[in-house]
Design a protein around this ligand. Structure first.
Ligand code: SF4
Length: 76
């Protein structure tokens, strides 16, 4: 996740509140989790696709972008 790119639209927190929140100070995204299992991939991918700033990236921990891999939101 790239907070520098976040524009505070809130789409991620609205649609996927289990994974995302927004700061009360600046309105920017706050991740609720850093890593999630493969069951979270659809929700995380949906959040990434809805983000108007493309601030959310979903990467597989095993290097594959498939449902068999774990997922995490990238913070670098
Ligand atoms: S959807 Fe994107 S721009 Fe909107 S709050 Fe979430 S990370 Fe920020």
């Amino acid at each position: 996740m790239d907070r520098d790119s976040c524009v505070g639209s809130g789409a991620c927190a609205l649609f996927e509140p289990a994974f995302f929140d927004q700061s009360e100070e600046d309105g920017l995204v706050l991740p609720r989790v850093r890593e999630a299992g493969p069951e979270a991939l659809p929700a995380l991918r949906a959040a990434a696709s809805r983000c108007p700033a493309r601030a959310i990236s979903v990467v597989s921990l095993d290097g594959h972008d498939g449902p068999a891999g774990g997922a995490r939101d990238r913070t670098d």
